[in-house]
Design a protein around this ligand. Sequence first.
Ligand code: NAI
Length: 253
Amino acid sequence: MGWFQGKAAVVTGAGMGIGRDTARILAAQGAAVMCADVNLDAAAGVVKLITDAGGQAAMVKTDVSDPKQCEEMVAATVKAFGGLHLAVNNAGISGGPLKTATHPIDDWRRIISVNLDGVFYSMRYEIPAMLETGGGSIVNVSSILGLVGFESSPAYTAAKHGVVGLTKTASIELAQQNIRVNSVNPGFIMTPMQTNQGVNTGDETYNYIAAKHPMNRFGNPQEVAYGIAWLLSDEASFLTGISMPIDGGYTAQ
Ligand code: NAI
């Protein structure tokens, strides 16, 4: 048994980090999970973890910045599992230490296209499939940088604020059609997104950023994944349109 017994889910960016732990938790709670990722090897690793643990999962190669691939991702999920009840639009790329006055234009477009366009393209095809299935629940992964500004990463911050706005509007559109739409807003989380940029626990950059959180540490991906799972579940049945910080107190200051 579990929160999601008999439910079909899709998680974008499921191959690593927050998406990976989310896919595992949804599957452990009974969902059949489509692991969508631009990195198919990473997605295959998660599918193996889930199936080895007795869960149900499949994978699809998806670059969320391409609407056609998002359409195919949803079609593959419905084909594999017979419908779509749960969606976690999590795929994202970092904004880097870039400043507005010198931001390369190509980098701006790329960051917006994955982090904002990708969430819209995913929802654009998930919502009709959920309506067809009879309802569902969507969680978009924004960031604390969807709620407050930061000292760099303007494209990332703009995209993540955009995800919050898109979430609110979709939640109102769908409130009477049995689809809830919420976002989570993680603080800094130790995932490959951070380690690939050279941030490691206890080093100078880690300590500088950790100190911006009242808990004086980064979060771990499970701490975000459990919040996503709860928001998706029927336990949160009167919640729609919210942006839930999971941030060690960062936005409480
Ligand atoms: P990560 O880099 O560890 O993993 C991201 C996953 O998404 C990877 O498997 C990657 O292959 C996949 N991906 C990247 N671009 C893609 C694309 N165009 N289409 C499909 N899949 C793609 O990242 P992490 O940290 O797990 O981040 C997940 C989400 O959480 C992102 O939206 C990120 O912006 C957000 N977030 C992360 C924070 C952090 O400090 N790690 C803080 C706040 C939000």
